[in-house]
Design a protein around this ligand. Structure first.
Ligand code: AMP
Length: 299
């Protein structure tokens, strides 16, 4: 039985970084998030791809026991074309081709409807709202988003933030959404909308967790090889919901551990393009780096 449901994009990505370029590689927020979650739990995806989506990409997703029956096939696949300069914390978008995402009608398969943990990965907030209306009684809702939707669908986004238990966003998005340069203020504004926890990702510099009366700051992992940070945010969110589902709770101390697992999977993902590093990742790699994080924090 699946225990995590993820809605997001399953995409073709064209990406250039100072260390190389890939064209129409496998990407998308739901792809990265479900792959990361699969190290801890049994995820199921709701998304749409086009008829041009390569069968081998779908096979790679399925190879992690991820349920793909909620992926519809329609028209052409969503395509993101982006690049990074030497500051790889900031993705720059050249082109976003929504393609089949533009007419996507969210349909949750019956077998997903009772799933208790829902990750609303980065996708149109209208789709995030729609999927919640089709789920029976989710117990934990984690939400992610991106500058593209903050600019284009702000009202729907504000509504969905109020329905989420945990809101994950990066520092640039927090500043843009709450129109402040101060991340503590942005987190307070986000908490005031309803979530019990807000997690602000700071790229290679780690992440901050805010609850009403508690805070936590996770360090970044000192990575020597960073080729492509695409999907790190999605891996972070996917590993978090996967771990919380496995733990069966989301109290402050479990959230701290989840954030470290999120940081671990994201750090591995940055070592290569597309899902190339994740393909060979094992649970023992994850545990090894988790212990390194524990050592880093001792003083
Ligand atoms: P991140 O974790 O933020 O690096 O997410 C990277 C992934 O987001 C890429 O694989 C893209 O396919 C996907 N993406 C890019 N733009 C959007 C968008 N507007 N909505 C949803 N997913 C997107």
């Amino acid at each position: 039985m699946n225990d995590v449901m993820i809605i997001g994009t399953v995409a073709l990505d064209t990406i250039e970084t100072p260390f190389g370029k890939v064209e129409r590689a496998l990407g998308g927020s739901a792809t990265y998030a479900s792959y990361a979650a699969s190290f801890f739990s049994k995820p199921a995806i709701v998304s749409v791809v086009g008829r041009d989506f390569p069968g081998e990409y779908l096979e790679l997703i399925k190879s992690r026991n991820i349920d793909t029956k909620g992926i519809q096939v329609e028209g052409k696949t969503f395509h993101w074309d982006g690049y990074y300069e030497f500051d790889m914390n900031q993705a720059k978008t050249k082109k976003t081709e929504l393609n089949s995402l533009a007419d996507f009608k969210v349909r949750v398969p019956d077998s997903y409807k009772k799933i208790k943990n829902v990750f609303l990965a980065n996708i149109d907030p209208a789709h995030q709202l729609e999927i919640l209306s089709q789920m029976e009684k989710p117990e934990l809702i984690v939400l992610d988003t991106m500058n593209f939707w903050i600019s284009s669908k702000r009202d729907a986004l504000m509504k969905i933030i109020g329905m989420a238990d945990i809101f994950v966003l990066n520092d640039g998005e927090a500043r843009q959404l709450f129109e402040t340069s101060n991340l503590v203020k942005a987190a307070k504004d986000a908490l005031a909308l309803g979530p019990k926890a807000v997690i602000i990702k700071k790229g290679e510099h780690g992440a901050l967790l805010f609850e009403n009366d508690k805070h936590f700051s996770a360090p970044g992992y000192p990575l020597e090889v960073i080729k492509d940070p695409t999907g790190c945010g999605d891996c972070f969110g996917g590993a978090i919901i996967g771990y919380l589902s496995k733990a069966g709770k989301s109290d402050h101390s479990t959230l701290r551990k989840a954030i470290i697992y999120g940081s671990v999977v994201a750090s591995y993902n940055a070592e290569d393009f597309s899902l190339n590093r994740l393909k060979t990742l094992t649970n023992s790699d994850i545990d090894k780096r988790y212990r390194e994080f524990e050592d880093m924090r001792e003083f």
